[in-house]
Ligand binder design. Structure first.
Ligand SMILES: [Ca+2]
Length: 407
């Protein structure tokens, strides 16, 4: 339901003054115009008080953005372009996470694709001792590699929780329908959110299995790295910096896009379910599946089946962040997400995992920027990382980044 304060009487409006504000419309403001960025996919601030913003490029680079949003200087921090991580559309350098103690240990983590065989690699690197704006490219420690049988659904988000553990989204391995039923199979790492400890070691592993992982005590072949499962391709997840909640946007197949709140040991249904709906014909009718917070349909014909009629459409979700900035007070505490293809930006508020309010907060006009990802700075302000511009020619890379601002 969309709460419309302007449609109610003054006395009621005063009565609601302490309630959450209506979700506002927002604008998009070009920033770092003229800075050349090639397929930017992730933007975050180093947790060291320096205020530096780091931006991933899919081809294998990490760039430090100029302090001034009018700046054009490209400071190259990291570069694995020569390893060719980006071969197919959904491959590449996909994830970056700074160690919670980055300020003292200078460690950071990347997630990238490699070929022969196709696989995802999670590695630790350290900043150069002589130049804080350069990674020491010889410092790589590979923590984890796992096979990605197809080019699509490679996951790629990495985040440190408030618990200091590293959370990783893996993707179901690709193709369509999850043909090998990876997401429901606890014996492999695909279609999961993993949780590992980068500061310890378990057995021969280059990381530790946290003792409080949901399957840490299993004596069978269950992968103890698993935190949650039943996910198709989480394209962007984030942690609410206030509450610690883990939000994951799971890209759907032909019908439904969904936003999930991730809990320990949770099964999010794929490939038996897609969003609130049955997906696999021969799948069980009942199970311990956790429904999403919200869903949206791929086209108008599905709207009558949707739990959220009037949401708006799209074909591939891009997850964002719970807004904790100051510039748009009415957006405070809402989760911002968008659709890659339509470029619509949405927001939702929830209580106990159920949506209480949602709305389209921005509809692009004229040039529609596809939403490859969102970014968040140290102050909690949000950015849109566009991939290509349409409809002018649909192919040209867009140089800049767009900041989400009050309309
Ligand atoms: Ca699901």
């Amino acid at each position: 339901m969309h709460l419309r304060l302007f449609s109610v009487g003054l006395s009621l409006a005063i009565g609601l003054a302490t309630a959450q504000a209506e979700l506002p419309k927002v604008g998009l403001k070009p920033v770092w115009e003229g800075l050349e960025l090639n397929r930017p996919l992730w933007l975050e601030a180093a947790p060291d008080g320096s205020g530096r913003l780091f931006c991933i490029e899919q081809g294998g680079g990490i760039v430090i953005l100029p302090k001034a949003k009018s700046g054009k200087e490209r400071i190259e921090f990291f570069n694995i372009n020569d390893r060719k991580p980006w071969v197919e559309n959904e491959e590449g350098l996909l994830g970056l996470a700074f160690h919670p103690n980055f300020k003292s240990n200078q460690k950071f983590y990347v997630y990238y694709s490699q070929q022969d065989p196709k696989r995802s690699v999670v590695s630790e690197f350290t900043v150069s001792k002589s130049d804080k704006n350069k990674a020491d490219m010889k410092s790589e420690r590979i923590l984890l590699e796992f096979p990605q049988p197809y080019w699509n659904h490679n996951g790629g988000v990495m985040l440190f929780g408030k618990d200091g553990k590293l959370y990783i989204s893996s993707g179901d391995g690709g193709k369509a329908n999850d043909p090998h039923d990876n997401a429901q199979n606890l014996n492999n790492l695909l279609g999961k959110i993993l949780r590992i400890d980068v500061d310890s070691r378990s057995g021969n592993l280059q990381y530790g299995i946290p003792a409080d992982n949901p399957f840490a005590d299993r004596k069978d072949n269950t992968r103890k790295e698993i935190w949650a499962y039943g996910l198709r391709n989480v394209w962007r997840m984030s942690i609410d910096r206030k509450t610690g909640d883990l939000w994951a946007a799971d890209v759907g197949q032909n019908k439904w896009e969904e936003v999930n709140l991730i809990t320990k040991g949770g099964n999010y249904g794929w490939n038996i379910r897609e969003s609130f709906h049955k997906f696999k014909e021969e799948g069980p009718a009942k199970g311990d599946w956790i429904d999403p917070v919200i869903e949206y349909a791929h086209h108008a014909g599905l709207e009558k089946e949707s739990k959220f009629p009037g949401h708006g459409y799209g074909v591939s979700i891009t997850g964002g962040y719970v807004y904790r900035g100051k510039a748009i007070p009415a957006l405070q505490g809402s989760y911002i997400y968008g659709d890659f293809a339509t470029g619509l930006i949405f927001a939702v508020r929830q209580k106990n995992g159920k949506a209480t309010e949602h709305g389209t907060i921005h509809q692009q006009k004229g040039t529609v920027y596809q939403i490859a990802s969102f970014g968040e700075d140290a102050e909690g302000e949000l950015y849109l990382l566009p991939l290509v511009a349409t409809p002018s020619n649909g192919r040209d890379p867009v140089g800049g980044i767009l900041q989400i601002v009050a309309e």
